[in-house]
Design a protein around this ligand. Structure first.
Ligand code: DGY
Length: 327
């Protein structure tokens, strides 16, 4: 790395684990959002105004307007694998590199999808609340009956890295695995005996449906009122991908009217806001976007996001570039 980088500036939109910041501070002037909250649009524009590199989060809306505040901006490093928060097309037009953090959070997110499958299927959170409230009066043959997971059918929407990691775990539960994606994924069929089916077929047959698709214009609201009505009455929906993949109002209705049995959610259509009525439903487990939230994984994401930034600023190909056409 060259040593004449003393003036190169990095703006980090929120504090991330220290090892990533240390990597950047070694060579650049690093400014980190001092508040423990998402920046307002004006604060974001202010930060980007003089930065050569931006390290941002999935909660930051990186629009063309943000990019245009600073013609010297060279790289936008997203601290996430999903990058629907960035207008990549606008970045490409302006010659700005966009990078992300794939791979490191695959297992961590798959673990959390499984935590939700088990929590909704076996009523873990309801049972915890019940016990804490002092309502446990002894073993009861009819108390909080859930549903078996072993031997059931799991429907995976999006058989990418995370979908495959979820499938791998399902083998330990002797599950039949159905999946839907834009095209068949041969490795999933060979390794997990997963069957490629149309979306409606997956919804019709699955006892648990788990979503692992990216959010794009095509996938927004891919699960809406009609799709929910195709699901089994006793089925559960789990979403650890992106909230807008599901029409959340339609989901609340389906959960309230018994169209499906329950849902495990880590992501929401208008984060951090929840659709009206969602938090009151007993047949849901709702988490505050914890998919990648382990110390190990968030630390790896931080060093990976920093490495992407450093490579771009040093004129090298970033290890995880989203728009390689700018190089
Ligand atoms: C991602 O990387 O896209 C995750 O949602 C972060 O938890």
């Amino acid at each position: 790395m060259s040593s004449n980088n003393s003036k190169t500036k990095i703006f980090v939109t929120r504090k991330i684990p220290q090892p990533g910041l240390d990597m950047l501070k070694e060579h650049y002037e690093v400014i980190v959002n001092p508040h423990n909250r998402v920046l307002s649009k004006d604060e974001l524009l202010d930060g980007v105004r003089t930065a050569d590199g931006l390290l941002c989060l999935l909660t930051d809306d990186i629009t063309a307007e943000v990019m245009d505040i600073n013609p010297n901006l060279k790289v936008i490093s997203n601290y996430a694998v999903g990058y629907n928060n960035i207008d990549v097309e606008a970045a490409t037009k302006r010659g700005i590199q966009v990078t992300n953090t794939p791979g490191v959070l695959t297992d961590t997110t798959a673990d959390l999808a499984w935590a939700l499958i088990m929590a909704v299927g076996r009523r873990v959170v309801e049972g915890d609340v019940f016990t804490r409230e002092g309502r446990f009066e002894g073993w009861d043959p009819m108390l909080l009956l859930g549903t078996d997971i072993t031997g059931k059918t799991l429907g995976i929407i999006g058989m990418g890295r995370i979908g495959q990691a979820v499938a791998r775990r399902a083998m330990g539960f002797d599950m039949r695995i159905l999946y839907h994606d834009m095209a068949p994924v041969p490795v999933a069929e060979e390794e997990y005996q997963a069957e490629f089916v149309a979306l409606d077929e997956l919804l019709r047959q699955s006892d648990f449906v788990t979503i692992h698709a990216p959010l794009t214009d095509e996938t927004r609201h891919m699960i809406g009122r009609r799709e929910l009505s195709v699901m089994k009455k006793m089925a559960y929906l789990v979403n650890t991908a992106r909230g807008p993949l599901v029409d959340e109002e339609a989901l609340v209705e389906a959960l309230r009217d018994g169209i499906i049995a329950g849902a495990g959610l880590d992501v929401y259509e208008n984060e951090p806001r929840l659709a009206s009525g969602l938090a009151e439903l007993p047949n849901t487990v709702i988490l505050p976007h914890l998919g990648s939230a382990t110390l190990e994984t968030r630390t790896k994401m931080a060093t990976m996001a920093a490495a992407n930034l450093v490579a771009a600023l040093e004129g090298k190909r970033p290890p995880h570039i989203v728009n390689p056409e700018v190089l």
